[in-house]
Design a protein around this ligand. Structure first.
Ligand SMILES: NC(=O)c1ccc[n+]([C@@H]2O[C@H](COP(=O)([O-])OP(=O)(O)OC[C@H]3O[C@@H](n4cnc5c(N)ncnc54)[C@H](OP(=O)(O)O)[C@@H]3O)[C@@H](O)[C@H]2O)c1
Length: 336
């Protein structure tokens, strides 16, 4: 079978394709024929050697992938051959709070999905909604679950409340879709005004182009009466404006503290002194969170937004394309 591995210490040349024997499952394992995978920001950080959790040398990259089970071990009880599955990001985190013993991640410390056949412990996988095709189903593990937990994890916004999303990456577009499922109103902030129509088509009630209005926080607050929940994916470039846009008791889920150039968020103390907003953090989510999200996706027949699809042999082009930053939704690498 064909598989990619990360060999060496950072940069595009670390992504190498290997020809390997087809795996056989141990008693509690499943073998999944991967039909599609997708990229997340962390995958480019892992490739470039800047991710906080050091990857295992030679690991199969990518947390996100979808496929059908082609073999199961003797002791497997959760699945049967033919089931359509995806993986859980923190594979060992089943429920409750995360702790240091649960930090193993698919595509980082554990072999991931950029391969023809993935081997997973049966506890690391979940069944997929029937209405999604393989490419759509390959987008859920990281960006989808992060957005789901940002919107439903702590204080769930109620119908009519305002949610703010930033950019057009996977997390922002899933957050927009989940907020609309809850009946919320959504402000979408983009650095590229030409994406406004597509953001409106997904349900955004108000679109702000940061190139036209770099200091957008006060305008958003004035037009909405204050944002109830910010899904903060912009980091240093947007955090102060997110705080300004928030209602007095707003909630900001801070998903990134740094930008791609290593710049860090500075706390705008004078602004925060006038605010009672809660700033919270999260790390993707558990398998139980993933299962809850998949139930909602099934119920509402929600379809993830796909930007571009690359062939398996073009995986390094997919990384390169994703890294340049001008995307609208998820970047897919098809199965081998
Ligand atoms: N804490 C967690 O558990 C967690 C989990 C997942 C992701 N994250 C973080 O959340 C953030 C969003 O992740 P993501 O995978 O959805 O999206 P992403 O690929 O980082 O975001 C892409 C979007 O960001 C905007 N952008 C503007 N300038 C950019 C640039 N120079 N490079 C890249 N993007 C640029 C673009 O939107 P516009 O063109 O519309 O401006 C682009 O479509 C990342 O910082 C990621 O590390 C955190």
């Amino acid at each position: 079978m064909q598989t990619y591995r990360l060999e060496g210490s950072g940069g595009a040349e670390c992504l190498v394709m290997r020809d390997e024997a087809q795996p056989k499952p141990k008693p509690h394992e499943i073998v999944v024929r991967i039909r599609a995978t997708s990229l997340n920001r962390r995958d480019t950080m892992i490739l470039n050697g800047t991710y906080p959790l050091p990857p295992r040398q030679g690991v199969v990259p990518l947390s996100d992938g979808a496929g059908e089970i082609v073999a199961i071990g003797d002791a497997v009880t959760r699945f049967a051959v033919g089931d359509r599955v995806t993986g859980s990001y923190f594979a060992r985190w089943i429920d409750g709070r995360i702790n240091a013993g649960l930090i193993d991640q698919l595509g980082c410390t554990l072999d991931g999905m950029l391969t023809e056949y993935a081997v997973l412990d049966e506890q690391w996988a979940v069944r997929l909604p029937d209405h999604l095709d393989w490419q759509e189903a390959a987008t859920l593990t990281c960006a989808g679950l992060t957005a789901w937990n940002a919107v439903t994890g702590a204080r769930i916004p109620t119908p009519g409340q305002w949610v703010l999303v930033i950019g057009s990456g996977g997390v922002a577009l899933f957050a927009l879709q989940f907020a609309k499922l809850l009946g919320c109103r959504v402000v979408a902030v983009t650095s590229r005004g030409e994406k406004a129509d597509r953001l409106r088509a997904l349900g955004a009630d108000l679109v702000i182009s940061t190139s036209d209005m770099p200091q957008w926080g006060a305008t958003v607050r004035d037009q909405t009466g204050g944002i109830d929940l910010v899904v903060e994916t912009g980091g240093p470039a947007t955090f102060a404006q997110s705080l300004i846009s928030s209602t007095l008791y707003g909630h900001i889920v801070l998903l990134t503290l740094q930008d791609a150039k290593g710049g860090s968020i500075q706390m705008p103390t004078a602004l925060y002194q006038r605010s009672l907003a809660t700033i919270s953090r999260l790390f993707v989510g558990s398998r139980t969170n993933l299962e809850a999200m998949l139930r909602a996706i099934s119920q509402h027949r929600l379809r993830p937004v796909i930007d571009k699809v690359f062939a398996f042999t073009e995986a390094s082009d997919a990384y390169h394309y994703f890294q340049q930053g001008d995307v609208f939704g998820k970047v897919i690498v098809d199965g081998a």
